[in-house]
Write a protein that binds this ligand. Structure first.
Ligand code: SF4
Length: 288
């Protein structure tokens, strides 16, 4: 932001407007929030979830339909955690909130070996506690603070390390079928959120009080995307936009596109060809 306070205020307001516009568009595109919804906003205390709550509250004030927002935070009993920070902030925001308590820190420390990252298990335990609360309280939607860069990072993690084309959808039904999870920040760039959080002076609480670090895989992907964005600005956005414009006929997934239908062969001839393909052993790979 500019050193000139007036210019800086103007830039910050423009940034706020952009974020509201992007969140509003994502909500509309994916019908994330509807009249009468009771939305549980998961608040970790990081810049993303503070921004999510802040923008949703602003949109709620002007929305043509009525819906409820409730902030929910899980105190995971990490060392050095200050239990007063979030309640103090939330009281000034006039939003109903609940702070749950569960010592996931001790569980994760006990189970995960010393030199391994703990985030996988920790997030699963956190998700379990939050989803349980959502069910008990009858929340109709669970809002998470993942943004565009999280989505693109996940795409490459899945591509490079799991050989899958899949990312983080803006809206999904949880595995047990009980919850609808929404990601209203899906169209927002992390750099915008970072600046917005600084401008709004959110009382950020670092996640890694537990001492855990990101995995090497995630760090590698982040560094790759940062380098791409530095040398080719707009590339991350292009990748994100590509996720909303998939062409199954230009890929190679036979479950998504009926390539057989292009052959013009009668079904019994196709079955015969499939049998031949199975009967012929694959050639050995060249080693040199
Ligand atoms: S940094 Fe610590 S608290 Fe945060 S997700 Fe990872 S293990 Fe959990």
């Amino acid at each position: 932001m500019s050193a000139d306070p007036r210019k800086s205020l103007f830039e910050a307001q423009k940034l706020g407007k952009r974020l509201r516009h992007q969140v509003g568009r994502a909500i509309g595109d994916f019908r994330m929030i509807e009249a009468g919804d009771k939305v549980m906003v998961c608040l970790s205390g990081g810049k993303d979830s503070y921004t999510l709550l802040d923008v949703l509250q602003q949109l709620q004030a002007k929305a043509p339909v009525a819906f409820e927002l409730h902030a929910v935070h899980l105190d995971q009993k990490q060392p050095g955690y200050d239990p007063d920070v979030l309640p103090r902030y939330l009281e000034t925001r006039g939003v109903p909130f609940t702070v749950l308590e569960q010592d996931t820190y001790s569980v994760v420390k006990r189970v995960v070996p010393e030199n391994k990252t703990m985030c996988g298990l920790c997030s699963r335990l956190r998700r379990g506690a939050l989803y349980r609360h959502a069910e008990e309280q009858g929340f109709t939607k669970i809002a998470l603070g993942h943004h565009r860069d999280d989505v693109v990072e996940t795409l490459f993690l899945n591509l490079f390390f799991h050989a899958k084309v899949s990312a983080m959808p803006p809206k999904l039904r949880s595995d047990d079928g009980k919850h609808v999870v929404i990601r209203p920040l899906s169209y927002c760039a992390e750099s915008d959120i970072e600046q917005y959080a600084q401008w709004r002076q959110f009382p950020i609480m670092p996640c890694n009080l537990c001492g855990s670090q990101e995995t090497l895989q995630r760090k590698t992907i982040k560094a790759m995307l940062e380098e791409w964005e530095r040398t080719h600005p707009g590339r991350v956005d292009n990748i994100f936009r590509a996720l909303a414009d998939i062409r199954p006929s230009q890929l190679a997934d036979r479950n998504l596109f009926d390539f057989d239908a292009l052959s013009g062969l009668a079904p019994d001839a196709r079955a015969w060809l499939a049998g031949v393909a199975e009967a012929v052993p694959e050639p050995a790979k060249e080693t040199s």
